[in-house]
Design a protein around this ligand. Structure first.
Ligand code: IPE
Length: 266
């Protein structure tokens, strides 16, 4: 492990897909963020990538009530939907892997449905796969439908819970970064509100009128991200929410320790 340490970075589903339209990918955003990842690689950081689902997961999960586990009345449709969502997620993951490959980076996808069980931050599964010593094979995982040992049978493990466990358990993480789609960080109000202002430093007691769109989002939206991020910040000094479309800010943060975005404080 080199002295620069690790960066754990999440490409939010709202960044890499169009959240409202089923299975629509944002190729340009993926390409840009992969270029930034390449720069971080070239500067000697060891990377761990997590991504969200956006419209590759939330829409069908919502329709088939996957987050609440098995429902006998629609069991068959649910089981088909679980297969469909898992395969959608692998498809989205492959798009990110392909984009990294184009610029010379090798990433290995680790679908949580294959190695993790249970939902929330106490999910089980061996995290050793993320403890790489260089970027020969960058580990990449994502929010997914996972099996549960209880009567629910299945549920949704969010990429934010993966971010939490990876940041807390893998050694030498220097930065944990959540990249968002169309906002500069955490805002005081939903982005479409004229009063919405960027919160530069967010700590647990700050109140935000967040924009959790529960009509689309099945995992907890910005509220879950904030909750996990505050927990991570107890261990990791640099926990940030950034605009994923502004790659220069990611680099500025890494180089100077600050940028336009939201720094999370314990
Ligand atoms: C959700 O993962 C996974 C599924 C709906 C299958 P995330 O919670 O990490 O996804 P985003 O970032 O909100 O899209």
């Amino acid at each position: 492990m080199n002295s620069k340490g690790r960066i754990v970075i999440k490409l939010g589903g709202g960044l890499i897909t169009n959240k409202n339209l089923s299975k629509t990918i944002n190729k340009e955003a993926i390409k840009n963020v992969c270029n930034t990842i390449k720069q971080l690689n070239d500067e000697g950081y060891v990377l761990i990538i997590v991504h969200g689902a956006g419209s590759y997961g939330h829409i069908l999960s919502k329709k088939m009530d996957i987050a609440n586990g098995i429902n006998n009345e629609i069991q068959e449709q649910q089981i088909n939907a679980v297969q469909q969502i898992r395969s959608n997620m692998i498809e989205l993951n492959n798009e990110v892997i392909k984009s990294l490959k184009k610029i010379g980076l090798v990433a290995i996808g680790h679908p949580p449905s294959k190695w993790a069980k249970g939902i929330g931050k106490d999910f089980t599964g061996n995290l050793d796969i993320f403890e790489t010593i260089n970027n020969d094979k960058i580990p990449i995982c994502f929010g997914d439908v996972v099996d549960r040992d209880d009567s629910n049978k299945f549920g949704i493990l969010s990429g934010d819970d993966l971010m939490y466990r990876i940041s807390m358990e893998i050694p030498n993480v220097n930065f944990t970064i959540f990249l968002l789609g169309d906002v500069d960080g955490v805002l005081t109000n939903p982005p479409n509100n004229v009063n919405a202002k960027l919160i530069k430093n967010y700590s647990k007691n700050d109140i935000t009128n967040t924009s959790h769109s529960s009509d689309i989002d099945v995992t907890g939206g910005i509220d879950l991200k904030l909750l996990r991020a505050v927990e991570i910040s107890k261990k990791i000094e640099n926990v940030w929410f950034l605009n994923g479309n502004r790659s220069e800010r990611i680099m500025q943060l890494i180089h100077t320790g600050t940028t336009i975005g939201t720094k999370i404080l314990p």
